[in-house]
Design a protein around this ligand. Structure first.
Ligand code: 5AD
Ligand code: SF4
Length: 373
């Protein structure tokens, strides 16, 4: 495999679907090291050895959706539902600004009612104002109408994250209730609407889902390319004990340490192969990586990721925002998360791009008229 691997790693953007699948399936530690080193080298050469923070503010766990893998799904009655007070939200936004985070990501469960839409709109204007227009704002609040996305864009959001979860519609159908409200085609149409409006668009998938193949994962990377995705946030699937999929996986013996390790490795392989194939995108080392391995996020950065999302959520609400079991950082404060991640970045030999937006290079190739910050 050695020579074949050298050839494959050098193919970069010319890789075929078969090539992507072959690299994604590497399991031998030495082969994997070569994959990660090659991806890190591409990262260093294209986006640089600078990692950017996106403070993650999980402001409400109310959700109208019932995704079968997620711990805050509507039917999980073990969860106490919360909303963050506006003044606390603005205080956390100010904290992120004062700490020179490039941008803030506002995340919540999905709601589509006018009260919610207007609330987010007002919040965006207030955050823009308190940071003198400097704090970049990313939204991650689910599927909405194009009109809503447009209102929020006009109020100051410039990036939007909406994971496609998997590029395979048949697999998507097994992960979501078939009630007419969880349609893959709608999610894809949302990504297209976001692009039309002018957002920098982020998406991602879960890795190691039951029934998912290496070919599906290769398809996910091609989906990022074909949909012109600027920001990629993906991580291993992690069991949540009180969800339909979590219970199925546990019952089938699919949550052993070995199985978790396999999903973790697939997660790293996805980051590295995506960096080789799509060198100019922003790619996150997600918290889910660290749920499966204490060094998960550092290893993600070393495999080619360049974005970290320190949690800025109020400590009192963190235990109620558990999408999966063993979520790290639940006991920590925003200050602790800031310092802890700075240590992780330094341990890799990178630096943090404080005070910069760190926009995706890819977006600016598509929009040369815009100023990159
Ligand atoms: N494991 C990993 N990721 C999950 N998400 C939701 N539940 C899980 C889980 N059990 C991810 C989904 C969603 C994002 C907000 O969190 O990809 O889009
Ligand atoms: Fe709601 Fe998102 Fe969880 Fe689905 S994944 S239940 S939309 S919070």
């Amino acid at each position: 495999m050695t020579d074949a691997l050298t050839t494959l790693l050098a193919k970069g953007q010319a890789m075929t679907r078969d090539d992507l699948r072959t690299l994604l399936g590497l399991t031998d530690p030495q082969d994997r090291k070569r994959l990660y080193d090659a991806a890190y080298e591409v990262k260093a050469r294209t986006v640089g050895r600078v990692d950017y923070y996106r403070g993650l503010l999980e402001f409400s766990n109310r959700c109208i959706k019932n995704c079968k893998y997620c711990g805050i799904r509507r039917d999980n009655e073990e969860v106490e539902r919360f909303d963050t007070d506006r003044k606390d939200l603005l205080a956390m936004a100010k904290w992120a600004y004062d700490n020179r985070y490039g941008s803030l990501t506002l995340q919540s469960g999905e709601r589509q009612d006018e009260e919610f839409i207007a609330y987010v709109e007002g919040l965006l204007r207030d955050i823009k104002e308190l940071s003198h227009g400097e704090l970049g704002i990313t939204l991650c609040v689910g599927e909405q109408t194009e009109e809503t996305y447009r209102r929020w864009f006009q109020a100051g959001a410039h990036r939007y994250l909406l994971r496609i979860e998997t590029s395979n519609p048949a697999l998507y159908a097994t992960l979501h209730p078939q009630d007419g409200h969880h349609e893959w085609s709608v999610r894809k149409a949302c990504l297209e609407a976001l692009h039309r409006i002018g957002y920098q668009v982020g998406t991602g998938v879960m890795i190691g889902l039951p029934g998912q193949t290496l070919d599906d994962l290769a398809g996910d990377i091609l989906f990022y390319r074909d949909m012109d995705i600027d920001m990629i946030g993906m991580g291993p699937y992690v069991v949540h004990h009180n969800t339909p999929i979590g219970k199925e996986v546990v019952a089938a013996g699919g949550n052993t340490e070995a199985a978790q390790q396999e999903r973790f490795i697939l997660g790293l392989n996805m980051i590295a192969v995506t960096r080789l194939f799509l060198p100019d995108r922003n790619i996150a080392a997600t918290t889910a990586l660290q749920a499966l391995n204490p060094l998960g996020r550092e290893l993600g950065l070393k495999a080619g990721a360049n974005i970290l999302m320190p949690i800025v959520t109020l400590p009192k609400f963190r235990p109620d925002y558990l999408l999966y079991d063993n979520k790290p950082c639940v006991e920590d404060s925003p200050d602790q998360c800031r310092n802890c991640l700075a240590g992780r970045v330094a341990s890799v030999g990178d630096t943090v791009g404080f005070g910069k937006w760190g926009d995706s290079l890819h977006y600016f190739k598509e929009h040369p008229e815009q100023e990159r910050r």
